[in-house]
Write a protein that binds this ligand. Structure first.
Ligand code: CTP
Ligand code: C5P
Length: 319
């Protein structure tokens, strides 16, 4: 007699996932490792407002961003902030996974109280050194302490260094392009990873077989954006990109002006650029155009990092 096949383990992980960062991604990664199928429960804006506060990203944005995370199989929209046994049953989930912080509802109760009582709760380590509140503070206080001065600077004072290297390994899909694959290249800052980035990356990924993303260093981004940009440093921006299902490989500190070295070393067949991109006084993709590799697309979103930063600054008084 053959072995009885076990039913797939269905895991639930909920959260607001506002201003999504690598801490959220690491939670989703750990949750997926505990089972076979991961459902991310994302509450609406009114539900979050009742229990926690105002989000920077809208619910529609959060649904789309969370569903772009490579460990997520399904997003449950309009999920309850307080995880209920009913919602777990509705989605046929075995247990819920949460970081080891204590989310509190508007009534002052642990938001996972019902599932803890029902024995349907697992806790994993919360990721140190990053939070939505911290990102908001960087914007409001215009701090630059998170910037990495040089690409090779991995001193302990840099928030992500040893931990970052570990996370890079954990986040990596170790995918390599196959012979004959069409390799697509895009580049940018990808600061405050938002829905415009997701739409653009999805479009670019669908134009070939293997998507490489060049991420500009903090110095380069600061040179063209000014103030305290980037709000997320290179390591933090790279990690959330590595967590995105459309991205196959990331190049750290890619040059602003795309050069022969990148095109040849990575055997790039296509360079994709959004129609709205503009860098005053410089043409980053001139070479790609000359080599007939450039394709201009419309990401379908006009959202920018600056608009996200403006949303935060406009609500300064409520923080
Ligand atoms: N999480 C984590 N590590 C972080 C931040 C969040 O593991 N640095 C986890 C939380 O424990 C939770 C999930 O990510 O299981 C979703 O968190 P969310 O509801 O979005 O809010 P917070 O925990 O408040 O996250 P943040 O402080 O960044 O807003
Ligand atoms: O602005 P940033 O450098 O972060 O953008 C990264 C990439 O995503 C760029 O190629 C940019 O043109 C693209 N993008 C987009 N649609 C948006 C925002 C960014 O196509 N709404």
């Amino acid at each position: 007699m053959g072995k009885k096949r076990m039913a797939p383990v269905r895991v639930w992980a909920d959260g607001c996932f506002d201003l999504i960062h690598f801490g959220h991604a690491n939670l989703l990664r750990q949750a997926k490792l505990l089972g076979d199928y991961l459902i991310a429960g994302v509450p609406s804006d009114t539900e979050t407002l009742t229990h926690k506060g105002l989000n920077v990203f809208t619910a529609e944005e959060r649904y789309e961003i969370v569903s772009s995370m490579k460990w997520v199989d399904e997003v449950a929209r309009d999920a309850p902030y307080c995880t209920s046994v009913e919602v777990m049953r509705k989605y046929n989930c075995d247990f819920t996974v949460h970081g080891d912080d204590t989310p509190v509802s508007v009534t002052g109760e642990h938001a996972n109280f019902a599932v803890i009582k029902a024995g349907m709760y697992r806790e994993v380590d919360r990721t140190e050194g990053i939070s939505t509140t911290d990102i908001i503070d960087r914007v409001l206080l215009k701090t630059k302490a998170h910037h990495i001065d040089e690409l090779n600077d991995v001193s302990n004072s840099q928030p992500c260094s040893p931990a970052f290297l570990k996370k890079m390994k954990q986040f990596s899909s170790k995918k390599k392009p196959k012979l004959g694959d069409s390799i697509v290249y895009v580049a940018g800052a990808f600061d405050c990873f938002h829905v415009g980035h997701v739409k653009f990356l999805e479009k670019a990924a669908n134009m070939g077989d293997f998507l490489i993303v060049g991420v500009h260093s903090d110095k380069v981004v600061n040179r063209y954006c000014g103030e305290n940009y980037p709000i997320l440093n290179l390591y933090e921006r790279v990690l959330i990109l590595m967590a995105c299902k459309f991205v196959d490989e990331v190049i750290f500190g890619a040059p602003l002006i795309l050069n022969h070295d990148i095109l040849d070393r990575y055997k790039i067949n296509l360079v994709v650029q959004d129609k709205d991109i503009s860098f005053e006084g410089c043409e980053p993709y001139k070479l790609a155009q000359k080599r007939d590799l450039l394709k201009v697309v419309d990401s379908g979103s006009s959202l920018t990092t600056e608009q996200i930063v403006n949303r935060i600054n406009e609500r300064r008084s409520i923080y």
